[in-house]
Design a protein around this ligand. Structure first.
Ligand code: T46
Length: 135
């Protein structure tokens, strides 16, 4: 889907385990200004229901698994994240919903900007109006 994509990171493995490094502008297409993570999401809970105007993000499920529903005005896709060496890039004007978090799952998010509530579009009809101009 336009404005989204999967990124495969390095998996440095030795007898002590696995290590995955991620450098801004090297392994992902932006400098990292913010990191947050989502944990302990209850069964049946869906989060998200918004898009961003400027923000670029990469989502990585570093433990367990989670599904991400991605929408633009023309199409819809569901991506399951369950591998800590895979990141899901989501650019501007993509609607996202995160669901089916398994117990103990950890969704790590790398973001291109500091938190700004004005960058969110949380109304789906308004999102469709704005996104239709871009897709
Ligand atoms: C996204 C998906 C993948 C902050 O104060 N600072 C932050 O950096 C973030 C991300 C959130 N918040 C506050 C705003 C809300 O009062 O935390 C509360 C929960 O945020 P929200 O309902 O937006 O959480 P999600 O899980 O629906 O969405 C989050 C990100 O907000 C969003 O950018 O793309 O994860």
């Amino acid at each position: 889907m336009f404005n989204t994509g999967l990124i495969k990171f390095k998996d440095i493995t030795d007898k002590y385990g696995h290590l995955t490094p991620i450098e801004g502008k090297v392994d992902i297409p932006f400098e990292i200004k913010r990191i947050y993570y989502i944990t302990k999401v209850g069964e049946g809970v869906t989060r998200g229901f918004h898009s961003h105007k400027k923000l670029h993000q990469v989502l990585i499920c570093v433990n367990g698994s989670v599904k991400i529903r991605l929408k633009n005005p023309k199409t819809e896709d569901i991506v399951e994240l369950s591998d800590p060496t895979i990141g899901l890039y989501i650019g501007p004007y993509i609607w996202r919903e995160m669901f089916d978090f398994t117990e103990g799952s950890v969704l790590l998010v790398l973001a291109s900007e500091l938190y700004d509530e004005n960058d969110y579009t949380r109304e789906y009809d308004f999102y469709l109006e704005e996104a239709k101009k871009r897709f």
